[in-house]
Unconditional design. Structure first.
Ligand code: 13P
Length: 251
């Protein structure tokens, strides 16, 4: 494993006050973790407050989305410049909930990745198959196309980092996780696609691969033998400091 990373995706599950409260609790309870990268992604409205709480801590800030243009008449969107201004280092892109409810496409994610890299933000690129796609034997095909299209013409130069998050849609929020052998097979596939796109040294040094979907402290150990895995993207279990801490401790 490269330096493991654990990312909390708080989705739209907390009020602004609750986000600040949880950020303060994280800051206090997680301050001794130095061997893991920890990232918190609150909703946009809470980024400023959570960013100022986590400033000078070992916890980094991420957003759950951003727009691909730098500035202009794009009602309801947030720019990469504003995300940087409030202290973000990371941004989640192409989460399946945005693909499902807001029509986010690989092409849109592709433009956002370019903008994120130009703006010195690390994109956390989410890919994953639905239950029907898995049932129909389309998993590999779906992941291949999502990855290829999201990374189309995205050039990674030395120092530019990306994170690929494999999040099977059917596992998200379900309490189910993908079987460890199957996860290993999928990460090998993702690694192969990445090696097709980028030189091996770039894949080794600039890309981290993480898993998300149903992760909690009781099932995290089943992933411990997956060599290509660099960390986790955590939804539900990141809303409770102790549960999140247990996950980081288990790495
Ligand atoms: P859960 O951990 O709640 O399954 O959510 C995963 C997720 O969607 C993180 O982005």
């Amino acid at each position: 494993m490269k330096k493991p990373i654990v990312i909390a995706n708080w989705k739209m599950k907390l009020s602004a006050k609750q986000s600040s409260f949880l950020a303060k609790d994280f800051k206090k309870s997680l301050k001794n973790f130095k061997d893991q990268d920890i990232v918190v992604c609150p909703s946009d409205i809470s980024l400023t407050d959570v960013g100022s709480i986590l400033k000078k801590s070992n916890i980094k800030l991420g957003a759950q989305n951003m727009f691909w243009e730098e500035f202009g008449a794009y009602t309801g969107e947030s720019s990469s410049a504003v995300l940087k201004e409030v202290g973000c280092d990371y941004v989640i892109l192409g989460h399946s909930e945005r693909r499902q409810y807001l029509g986010e496409t690989n092409d849109m994610v592709n433009k956002k990745i370019d903008r994120a890299l130009d703006s010195n933000l690390v994109p956390i690129i989410c890919i994953g198959e639905t239950k029907d796609e898995r049932h129909d034997g389309l998993t590999d095909n779906v992941l291949y196309h999502q990855l290829k299209e999201c990374l189309n013409s995205v050039h990674l130069i030395v120092g530019e980092k990306i994170i690929v998050a494999y999040e099977p849609v059917w596992a998200i929020g379900s309490g189910d996780v993908v079987d460890a052998d199957e996860a290993e097979r999928v990460f090998e596939l993702i690694n192969q696609v990445l090696i097709d796109i980028y030189p091996l040294t770039i894949v080794r040094n600039n890309v981290r691969m993480i898993y998300g979907g149903g992760i909690d402290s009781s099932n995290i150990s089943s992933f411990s033998d997956i060599k290509l895995l660099d960390g986790f993207l955590v939804g539900g279990a990141s809303l409770d400091t102790n549960k999140f801490k247990d996950i980081i401790t288990a790495l």
